[in-house]
Every structure is written in structure tokens, then in C-alpha cells.
Design a protein around this ligand. Structure first.
Ligand code: BGC
Length: 757
């Protein structure tokens, strides 16, 4: 059905138009019944439906409908599987249609700058490329059902501390390279129907007032076509919001802000056409849902529970294994830790799901008749250790063939709304793990957490399985993974540093309450650890399997590329073990051109491939100029210098199997304005000025102090020193050193500026 939305807008009163730009209540837009504009409902998100029938709140406090809790983003990102997250999105899209939800509030894609951010469990990765690909695929999945998504929180919302008022102080290069790309990739590849702006300020301006952010970057640069809504209560100056490109205020300000919009139009401080544009964008999304209802959609909670189990089996990351896993039926096994019967499987806050059922590893093992006993050991909700419980756990572990400790962070340790203050696990758990590992060499630790923890016992245990917050099917998935019915195939979407102090944001996080400075710049996560050569507990991309893989040679479709070109990078991967498994092939790019201030490597491709024992498959990933580029401040655009780049292909960021070299040539010219401070090096590096300068230098040097016998006939190292000094010399120094007169220098500068016009 074709709607004439502009005609509809022309029939709306000013008050109706202003009214449409804020919510009717916590979850609905306002209807305009006389014109057939219905109210539609939005709901959290992202990994299940938190549809509230009665009292609404944005903190997950009041009841919501019974729904299915899928693994949180910390887990799904670890699947490194765009098809899997697409399927999960499709399931959620169908659930939304069945429950009459027009927009699902997710995905949440803020970068994990610090392990302490309380909401990291809901975010995808420390790496913008991975987060972008996973988010774009999730959005395509949900929106296949004509349900909108709301990618959030745009932008630079990387901590919970004072999230509603704090200003994130970030330079543009860092925003463009690290904090924006997940949004950019999602918008350019999948057009989410809505974007949710963040609470915080960016460099002093609230996101909801920020025209540069909401219009220049989001719409002009990336081509966003949907509407922007506020995070709940993130409105600042409502009228400026309309000018900036903020369409919908959620939930609402009791009509006060609507009235301000009306007054601003009446007194001429707000152009009515801007309001009309906002209304048009909102109506388009409302009708794209209303006109595409799917009566065939069902919310089958049992079926979707099984899907949640299946997703989690692809997400869990096997961090360590000396061969103790998988477990076998003949072993006498003891499960220790209350998480075995009460798994922590989701985080607190607005994403909290009223789960239809929850499976624990213990009940699953019991239902399957496994030879498993259980000792509580420590509680799942607090840091408390009873000496008798500890003794019982140690005794049971000693008496068993294998001890599996179900550890993790209690709910209160991490949640939306506040940050962690430590990366440590509850002390009671560290103590119990150490005590059990001392008496049982086959000790396995299973982790339930939304963000990295320090694991001082990691070298003393036989295996570590990271489940993250694995959704309501976590116990069933865990059982399958522990006993080898499923082969772990997750990879870390974030680094586990040895200790919090190693994290690059450590000195600056979370700021002084008013501002937080992202002083580490683009060196976030492995970009920092690898460039700094700092050892970490488990690296980005790491994850083990019950099988082994080998890599063949890398084949390139070409080893040269220009601005518009692409290169296909292919590699053969073979399953060399005896069970089926999945490898995540990762492609990193390393700039070898000598461009300063670039991380040693950055992820620019990945592919998950399923292989039967002995099977070989060819994996192909494609790179383009953007994959080599950094954000060039003066150019105001992406730029990669001409020269050599290395492609690193392998199993993890710290396990590169193959490399290949390519040569890149750019036709892009950097802005250059020659002054007395411009160095010889800059002029020699620019193709427009290099020839003239070289000639001028040869002529001028003959008459200068540099022409002395000693300088001209010196050793190779003397010459190298001379060259280095010359490169760093600004034009104005030529006068002091008698190479040319002041007038000649002025003439030279004018001539060079003529060349770069
Ligand atoms: C959260 C959003 C959420 C909204 C609605 C806010 O507190 O930051 O992510 O979608 O509440 O519940």
C-alpha cells in the first residue's frame, strides 16, 4: 500500500506534528486517530523481548511478558558468525511481529573501551570491524520481518558512570576509526529503521543536540534514512534537537517539550519544514511496520528456547584445555559452585528478560543420567565462603576424576547503570578454585560473566570454558560442550588482560564525573596490547577447539591495489583432527608504509567455516582501500598512504598462520599549505613538490655550509644522519644556514604553494 505521507503531514495541525515527536507513554508513539495514524509500540531488546504490558520502566524492574532470553551480545559476538546472529535476529523479528512490536531496541554496539563498563555484557566487542559486521547482520535478520531495530547508543557511551551527563572527550580520528564504525557499517549495509542517541555529551554537546553527529555524520556521510530517537530521558534542548536531526523524544516530557516546539515554530526560531521532515521520517517507519504485518508470525517459546541453546553452543569460548575436555561418561565428575544449578545467564537493566525457562548444567547432567555429583561450594549471588563448604568441595574434588567449578560474577557485580570497580572475581571463588586445583589436577573452570575477569589460577587448572552470559539455554549448551556433543567454536571478541592496570584506558576511566578523556585514542583493546607488545592472559580472537586446523598458502587475486580496487584473499583450511569443528579465519592488516601512529594490526576480515575431519575448504575474504585506511584529520576523509601493507591471516590475533604482502597506490593528495614551518620531509614526500625541491636542494647545497668537504665525503652513517636532519628541517632554517636569502625563501614558498594549488 502506497501512502502519501507528505499529504498526511499537510493535514496535521502544528500541535499534532509536535506531539508525534515524543512518546505517548513509556513504549508507544502517539496516535492521530482522525488521520488514521496509529500508535505503535517499541520494546527492549536486544537479546529478547522485554515487552511491558503494565507499568513501564527502563531499568528492567517491572514485570514484562514471558519471553525467550538469547545469549547477550558479549556471547553472540564471540560466535564470530554473521549467519548465526542473522538467524537470531530473524527469530526475534518474528517474535516482535507476533507480539505487535514495531521496533526492537537494539543492537547495542558501543565499543568495550574498558573492561569495567557495567554494560559491556550488552555490547559486542572491543573491535569496531567485528561489532559492525555482527550488528549489520542482526539488523538484517530482525528487519526481514518488517520490524525496525534501534542501533544504540549513538555515540561514545562507553561507561555507565554519569552516563546521563558526562562528556566523552574524543578526537575525531578516534571517533571515526573506533567508536563510529559499528554504527557506520550497520547504517550503510543494513539501514536500521531507527538509531538511538546516547545520553552523554560528545566533546561538550549532548548527542541529542548534536547536529554534526545526527545530521552531518549519520545522514550526510552515511546515508541514514530512518529516524533518531533519544535514549530514555536523553533529551536536552528539544528545539535544538529538531534542528540537529533528532526526531523522537522517548518517553516524553509531559507535553512540555511538544509545547516548546510549537512555540518555536510560531515565533520563527524553528523552521516548520524541519519539523515536517522529522514527522515524515517518523511516519515512514511507523507505516513500514503497520503496512507490513505478518499474521503468520508466531512466538513459539519452546522452539525459540531450543534456538537459544543452539546459539550459545556456537558462542562459548574454550580458553584453556590440556586435553581434559571433553569429559567422558566413564569419569566420576563433581560439579562445584552454585552457578551449576543457578547459572548467571543475563545482565541487569533494560535488557532483562522474564525468561520462559532456564536450563542449568546440573539439571541437564542429571536429566541425561551423567555421572555427576554436586557440591555448592560458594554462593552465586555474593562473595562469601563458608569454611565447611570449602572443605566439602575440596574433599569431593579429591575423590573425583574431574572437578568442574561453575564460577562467575554475581548479578550485583555488573549491570546497566553503574560500572565495575575491579576486574577481579569474588575472592571466595578465587580461593576455592585455588584450593580445588591444588588437590585435583583435572580441574575445569566454567565462567559466567559479561566482561573479562582476572584469572590468577588460570595456569593451575586443566581447562577454562567461557560461557559469558549465555541466555536461558546456557546450561544445556554447557553440557553439550563439556561432554563433546558440541565442539567449542567461539573466539574472544575482546582481550582478557592479565590485570586491569594493563588496560589502555586505565589512567583515564571513568573520568572526573563531568568529562572523560579518551586519551588512549585509537589504541583500544588489542590495538594497544599488540602495538605495545604487552602480554595478555587471552588475546583477541583466541579460542580453542576439540579438533585442530592447518592453513595452506595464501592466494591473492592481485598483490597490488589502488583506491577503487579490491583484493580477494584466499586460504585453504583443513580440519586435521578427528572430530568435526569450526575454525574462525581472521584477517588483519598491518601498515608498513611508515605512517606514524597506527596500531600494528587491525581486523579487516573474518569467516567461520565448518569442517568435517580431514576436510579442506577455501575461505575467501575481500579487502578494499578503506581496510587499509585511517582517518586523516586535515583531509577530513579516509586515507591510506601509497606503499606496502602486510596481510596477516590466522587463528587469533596472537596466532597468525600466514602472511602476504601487497602494494597500494593512492591518487589522493593530502592538503598542503607551505609556510616557513613546512619541513623538507613533508615537501619531499609530496609528489607535487618533491621534484622542484630536490632540484633546488642540489643547487643550493653547493653554496651552503652543507657543501663542506666533510659533509659531502663523509661515511654512510654521516650521510644518513645528514639526511635525517635535513628531513626534519623547516624551510625557514634554510635562511639561517645561508642556503638562501629571506627574499629567495619567500619566493620559494610562493612557488611551492603554486604547485599544490
Ligand atoms: C537504556 C536503553 C534502553 C532504554 C529503554 C535506557 O536506560 O539505556 O538501552 O533501550 O532505557 O528501556
Amino acid at each position: 500500500m502506497e501512502r502519501d505521507i507528505r499529504k498526511l503531514i499537510s493535514e496535521m495541525t502544528l500541535e499534532e506534528k509536535a506531539g508525534l515527536c515524543s512518546g505517548a507513554d513509556f513504549w508507544h508513539t502517539k496516535p492521530v486517530e482522525r488521520l488514521g495514524i496509529p500508535a505503535v509500540m517499541v520494546s527492549d531488546g536486544p537479546h529478547g523481548l522485554r515487552k511491558q504490558a503494565e507499568a513501564g520502566d527502563h531499568l528492567g524492574l517491572n514485570e514484562s511478558i514471558v519471553a525467550v532470553c538469547f545469549p547477550a551480545a558479549c556471547a553472540t559476538a564471540s560466535s564470530f558468525d554473521v549467519d548465526l546472529i542473522h538467524q537470531m535476529g530473524e527469530t526475534l523479528g518474528e517474535e516482535c511481529q507476533a507480539e505487535d512490536l514495531s521496533v526492537l531496541l537494539g543492537p547495542a554496539v558501543n565499543i568495550k573501551r574498558s573492561p569495567l563498563c557495567g554494560r559491556n555484557f550488552e555490547y559486542l566487542s572491543e573491535d569496531p570491524y567485528l561489532a559492525g559486521k555482527m550488528a549489520a547482520s542482526y539488523i538484517r535478520g530482525v528487519q526481514k520481518w518488517d520490524v525496525g531495530t534501534s542501533i544504540k547508543h549513538f555515540a561514545a557511551n562507553n561507561q555507565e558512570y554519569n552516563r546521563m551527563s558526562c562528556s566523552s572527550e574524543v578526537d575525531e580520528r578516534t571517533l571515526r576509526e573506533i567508536y563510529f564504525p559499528p554504527f557506520e557499517e550497520a547504517v550503510t549495509a543494513s539501514q536500521p529503521k531507527t538509531v538511538m542517541c546516547s545520553y552523554n555529551k560528545i566533546n561538550g554537546t549532548y548527542s541529542s543536540d548534536n547536529e554534526w553527529l545526527l545530521t552531518k555524520v549519520l545522514r550526510d556521510d552515511w546515508g541514514f534514512e530512518g529516524y533518531v530517537m533519544t535514549d530514555w530521558g536523553a533529551i536536552d534542548d528539544r528545539v535544538q534537537g529538531i534542528r540537529a536531526g533528532l526526531e523522537l523524544e522517548m518517553p516524553a516530557s509531559g507535553g512540555a517539550n511538544d509545547a516548546r516546539i510549537v512555540a518555536a515554530v510560531k515565533d520563527g526560531t524553528l523552521d516548520e519544514s524541519l519539523l515536517d521532515l522529522a514527522v515524515e521520517r517518523i511516519l515512514k517507519v511507523i507505516f513500514s511496520y503497520v503496512d507490513h504485518r505478518h499474521p503468520e508470525a508466531v512466538f513459539d517459546r519452546d522452539k525459540d528456547h531450543e534456538k537459544a541453546v543452539a546459539v550459545e553452543t556456537e558462542c562459548a569460548v574454550l580458553l584453556e584445555n590440556n586435553g581434559v575436555l571433553p569429559l567422558t561418561g566413564s569419569q566420576k565428575i563433581v560439579y562445584i559452585g552454585e552457578f551449576a544449578e543457578k547459572p548467571r545467564y543475563q545482565g541487569g537493566g533494560s535488557s532483562h528478560i522474564n525468561s520462559s525457562k532456564v536450563t542449568s548444567a546440573l539439571e541437564t547432567a542429571q536429566a541425561k543420567g551423567r555421572n555427576v555429583s554436586y557440591v555448592k561450594g560458594f554462593p552465586s549471588d555474593k562473595d562469601e565462603l563458608d569454611d565447611a563448604e570449602l572443605a566439602a568441595a575440596v574433599a569431593a574434588a579429591k575423590d573425583a576424576d574431574v572437578a568442574v567449578i561453575f564460577a562467575g560474577l554475581p548479578d550485583v557485580f555488573e549491570s546497566e547503570g553503574y560500572d565495575r570497580t575491579t576486574m577481579k572475581m569474588p575472592a571466595c571463588q578465587d580461593r576455592l578454585i585455588a584450593a580445588v586445583a591444588a588437590v585435583q589436577k583435572n580441574t575445569v573452570v566454567v565462567l559466567h560473566n559479561g566482561s573479562p575477569v582476572e584469572c590468577p589460577w588460570a595456569d593451575d587448572v586443566a581447562a577454562v570454558l567461557e560461557l559469558y552470559l549465555g541466555g536461558q539455554g546456557v546450561g544445556a549448551a554447557c553440557d553439550m560442550l563439556l561432554f563433546g556433543e558440541a565442539n567449542p567454536s567461539g573466539r574472544l571478541a575482546e582481550t582478557f588482560p592479565y590485570r586491569l592496570e594493563d588496560n589502555p584506558s586505565y589512567l583515564f576511566f571513568p573520568g572526573d564525573g563531568k568529562t572523560v578523556t579518551y586519551a588512549e585514542g585509537v589504541y583500544v583493546g588489542y590495538r594497544y596490547y599488540d602495538t605495545k607488545k604487552l602480554p595478555v592472559r587471552w588475546a583477541f580472537g583466541h579460542g580453542l577447539s576439540y579438533t585442530t586446523f592447518s592453513y595452506g598458502d595464501v592466494k591473492l587475486s592481485s598483490d597490488t591495489m589502488d583506491d577503487n580496487g579490491t583484493i580477494d584473499v584466499s586460504v585453504e583450511v583443513t580440519n586435521t583432527g578427528s572430530v568435526a569443528g569450526k575454525e574462525v579465519v581472521q584477517l588483519y592488516v598491518s601498515d608498513q608504509t611508515g605512517t606514524p601512529c597506527r596500531p600494528v594490526k587491525e581486523l579487516k576480515g573474518f569467516a567461520k567455516v565448518a569442517l568435517a575431519p580431514g576436510e579442506t575448504k577455501t575461505v575467501t575474504m575481500t579487502i578494499n582501500a578503506r581496510d587499509l585506511s585511517f582517518w586523516h584529520k586535515e583531509l577530513g576523509d579516509w586515507y591510506a598512504a601509497s606503499g606496502d601493507y602486510e596481510l596477516l591471516i590466522g587463528h587469533a590475533s596472537d596466532d597468525i598462520k600466514k602472511t602476504a604482502a601487497i602494494h597500494f597506490t593512492t591518487a589522493k593528495l593530502l592538503p598542503l599549505h607551505v609556510t616557513g614551518a613546512t619541513t623538507m620531509g613533508e615537501l619531499l614526500a609530496d609528489p607535487r613538490t618533491a621534484p622542484a625541491l630536490q632540484k633546488m636542494m642540489q643547487d643550493a647545497m653547493k653554496n651552503s655550509i652543507f657543501s663542506s668537504e666533510e659533509n659531502l665525503t663523509g661515511s654512510e652513517s654521516d650521510k644518513a644522519m645528514m639526511e635525517a636532519m635535513m628531513t626534519a628541517m623547516p624551510l625557514k632554517s634554510l635562511i639561517s644556514f645561508g642556503v638562501m636569502t629571506l627574499d629567495q625563501a619567500d619566493g620559494l614558498i610562493a612557488m611551492l604553494n603554486g604547485l599544490v594549488q
